[in-house]
Design a protein around this ligand. Structure first.
Ligand SMILES: NC(=O)c1ccc[n+]([C@@H]2O[C@H](COP(=O)([O-])OP(=O)(O)OC[C@H]3O[C@@H](n4cnc5c(N)ncnc54)[C@H](O)[C@@H]3O)[C@@H](O)[C@H]2O)c1
Length: 251
């Protein structure tokens, strides 16, 4: 058990990457607090949890400051500590700057970036009580390189990478390691939705999305990267962006 006696909060744990991380961390012995706005998704996560796993679900809107603070404090109170925070909740917003409506821009920044700020803001003091912890932010290759029709999304993810580095500098002395993961497109519903679009125009991106290793990544591969960052074996990995994209950004 790689995470025995650790307490972990995972946002966006009702689906996709967050769910895969929550289940893997629980199977490695962590007490996992799975946060999501989608109650049905959380029920699915609960149902998939391995027998005997410690997994508590909380319906939380990650963009709401008080709700996030209360959820993190409740998790730490229940487990007696907070060791790990994985910020995975996120949404896709498609469009160039010309096409992106102001409210879609605000939604992308709120769910993809503000939520990470809020999670970190309230996790840091809880982790400091026990001499430190690990924060893993799920960004995207879209925060590193240009991806077509993803203006707001790319901006939000570049923000997550910047926040990760700033926090790595600020909180090293607190014993808090802060890293981010940059997945490329995975084989989940995101890619199909992105490629189909309303007009089908994004189909031209399909060959570029297929990664250089000849297949798309899997949720399990991303979850295992998060597990590596959460473990003491990665103790000197700090402020980095761990890219899991099958070589998508290599060229
Ligand atoms: N899947 C990919 O191809 C891919 C690639 C790069 C980056 N990412 C990033 O990984 C993260 C997870 O993506 P995913 O593929 O698992 O997506 P997903 O849609 O499968 O899961 C996202 C989860 O976030 C939750 N969520 C959305 N808004 C919320 C809110 N306001 N409060 C609480 N929960 C909320 C959703 O309910 C959902 O369960 C995102 O940040 C995404 O940008 C995904």
């Amino acid at each position: 058990m790689k995470l025995a006696n650790k307490a972990a909060v995972v946002t966006g744990a009702g689906a996709g990457i967050g769910q895969a991380v929550a289940l893997l961390f629980a199977s490695e012995g962590a007490h996992v607090f799975a946060l999501d706005i989608d109650e049905a998704g959380l029920k699915e996560t609960e149902a998939k949890a391995p027998y005997g796993a410690k997994l508590s679900v909380m319906v939380v809107d990650v963009t709401k400051e008080e709700t996030m603070r209360d959820a993190l404090e409740a998790a730490a109170a229940q487990a007696g500590r907070l060791d790990i925070l994985v910020n995975s909740a996120g949404i896709r917003v498609a469009g160039t700057v010309e096409e992106t409506r102001e409210d879609d821009w605000d939604r992308a920044i709120a769910i993809n970036l503000r939520s990470v700020f809020l999670g970190c803001k309230y996790a840091v003091p809880l982790m400091k009580r026990h001499g430190g912890g690990v924060i893993i932010n799920v960004a995207s290759v879209a925060g590193m390189v240009g991806v077509k029709n993803r203006a707001a999304y790319s901006a939000s993810k570049a923000g997550v990478i910047g926040l990760t580095k700033a926090m790595a500098v600020d909180h090293a002395a607190d014993g808090i390691r802060v890293n981010c993961i940059c997945p490329g497109p995975d084989d989940g519903p995101w890619l199909e939705e992105a490629l189909e679009g309303s007009s089908g125009r994004n189909q031209a991106l399909r060959p570029a999305a297929v990664q250089r290793v000849g297949r798309l990544g899997t949720l399990q591969e991303i979850a295992h990267a998060a597990l590596y960052l959460a473990q003491d074996e990665s103790a000197s990995v700090h402020g980095t962006t761990l890219v899991i994209d099958g070589g998508y950004t290599a060229q």
